[in-house]
Design a protein around this ligand. Sequence first.
Ligand code: ADP
Length: 238
Amino acid sequence: MTLLKIRDLRKSFGGLKAVDGLSFDVQQGEVLGLLGPNGSGKTTAMNLISGALRADSGSILLGSDELVGMAPHQIARLGVARTFQLVRVLGGMSCRENVEAGMAFRPDHKFGAAAYDEAMALLDTVGLREFAETPAGDLTYIDQKRLELARALALKPRLLLLDEWLAGLNPTELQVGIQLIRDLRAKGLTIILVEHVMDAVRALCDRCVVMFAGSKLAEGETATVLAQEEVITAYLGA
Ligand code: ADP
């Protein structure tokens, strides 16, 4: 079943076509890798899906809802959650409060003890339970990333957008991060993963879309796509 259907999506900045006629589908329950060299339009595409940017034209259907033209909070209410390339936690608030803030966009958002219990369970999922009352700003970089994931999950997303969530982790942390995402996939969550760490792409992505200069260069099953000559050439910049 198709969860997200993107058709002929376009976004320019001045004369620069950052996303230039992009079309692809995301199936319910899959992890889709969105790949491509720097500047190919991946982050712009993620910003268009989450509503941080408004498309010039084209369509983004989540189920039967058209996302183009909606505000970010409306898209969040439909169950699209994201993490950012540069971590954005609320540094002065505790980890638990950060996660509770993530629930606020949910149509069924909770208060009091129910919110507390759910936030603690989410902190447990990402391995941060012991830091529940620690200010988010005091966490290490990897732990802030975990917290950002917990906050995104607090939305109970139908679609999770992970923008280089695994970047900057050491090899041990990377294995933990990959396992965390695997567990989410096993629970049936649909994920779009923008990622440069190829071991993670191979380990996690069912399919990949490769962008180049705002357009789709390749699409298909991960191993097949990564073996394609034009994909290798695009990455090497040859
Ligand atoms: P990627 O995520 O694949 O590295 P981006 O989506 O960040 O690519 O960028 C695509 C292109 O759009 C790049 O040339 C980038 O410089 C440009 N771009 C992205 N955001 C903006 C912006 N807000 N204003 C102007 N140009 C932008």
